[in-house]
Ligand binder design. Structure first.
Ligand SMILES: *Cc1c(COP(=O)(O)O)cnc(C)c1O
Ligand code: SF4
Length: 324
């Protein structure tokens, strides 16, 4: 993480792109800095400003535009806090915001405006979240999220999951992480030893949006997780100019399957400020879902979902099929 590229200038020069992209990127990246692991940059095409991996991480002037209906907290997350760092929206599972740190900064991130400074469960703050989880016997699953929970060191992860595993009604651990995709070297001996110490079934929900994100280093990391018995699922965000294309999404499902991962969700973009240029119209999204469903076995079709504030689950959008 320490050796990541953290300036638009270096990113653009590394890829041999037109330097006129630098200034707009600098101007909008003041609040949410550029951050890209070098191994991820290596998977981008040199000289192509429209590379689908680059588009996820390069700040564009459009981020600075204020667009109606795009706000700081479109999901009402602040209202779902049960304790510092603990979001409880859905029955049976609660989400623990473990850290604000990520290995990569995705420009479309729905938590880019989340008040992490107040709300990561770091340090003594975990204790209140753990107390709430221990007292609520309906919570059978705890989701480690963030930021990226694998930004925490192995010792921190181990003490946290040791505490969770001691709560009898917590039956499953889920980890929402992008690191095995963007920084596969994170899956090292220490991380695997941590997984061995977790005594309850563990699910990783990964986050890849484009098949070019999965290279040999990622496949190796994922194989090691699978060898530990971890269930691997993937969630993607539907992004204009990145993966709003039936061939790309079909290929992503196949590439994931070959790497031992099943597609889980395809999220419609959450309307957070600065991300409007990534939005795909709902009808287009539903047609893409229809094309995927018509092409692939059911288990390789991610569910197209949208989050609606106050709903008891994520909302599924139905696929639309091409007219014959
Ligand atoms: C998305 C989400 C979950 C997980 O929902 P699943 O449908 O079980 O994947 C849990 N808690 C919060 C707050 C969420 O946003
Ligand atoms: S890895 Fe996840 S939490 Fe981190 S910036 Fe990307 S989308 Fe946001």
């Amino acid at each position: 993480m320490a050796s990541a590229i953290t300036s638009a200038e270096e990113l653009i020069d590394t890829l041999g792109l037109d330097r006129s992209l630098i200034e707009p990127a600098r101007q909008v990246a003041t609040q949410f800095a550029v951050r890209v692991p070098r191994g991820y940059v290596a998977r981008m095409r040199r000289g192509d400003p429209n590379d689908p991996l680059l588009r996820q991480v390069l700040p564009l002037a459009a981020e600075g535009e204020s667009v109606p209906q795009f706000g700081p907290d479109p999901l009402g997350e602040r209202a779902a806090l049960r304790a510092p760092g603990l979001l409880h929206k859905y029955h049976g599972r609660a989400l623990l915001i473990t850290t604000s740190a990520c290995a990569v900064h995705c420009r479309y991130c729905f938590r880019r405006e989340f008040p992490y400074a107040e709300q990561t469960g770091e340090g003594a703050r975990y204790s209140e979240a753990l107390r709430v989880i221990a007292e609520d016997t309906s919570l059978e699953e705890v989701i480690l999220s963030g930021g990226d929970p694998l930004s925490l060191g192995d010792a921190r992860l181990t003490s946290l999951t040791n505490a969770l595993c001691q709560i009898p009604h917590v039956k499953r651990l889920r980890v929402h992480t992008r690191q095995p995709i963007v920084l596969p070297s994170r899956v090292d001996a220490g991380l695997l030893a941590w997984l061995d110490s977790v005594s309850i079934p563990t699910v990783f929900v990964l986050h890849a949006n484009h098949p070019n994100e999965i290279d040999e280093s990622v496949r190796t990391a994922l194989a090691q997780l699978r060898a530990r018995g971890v269930t691997l699922l993937n969630q993607s965000v539907l992004l204009r100019g990145v993966n709003d294309d039936a061939d790309v999404l079909t290929s992503l499902s196949r590439v994931l399957f070959d790497a031992g991962v099943l597609p889980y969700y395809l999220h419609v973009l959450d309307r957070v400020s600065g991300t409007a240029h990534f939005e795909v119209a709902k009808e287009v999204a539903q047609r893409l879902a229809g094309t995927l469903a018509a092409r692939l076995p059911g288990y390789l079709v991610p569910k197209l979902v949208r989050e609606v504030e106050g709903a008891p689950a994520k909302l599924t959008l139905l696929p639309r099929f091409a007219e014959k």
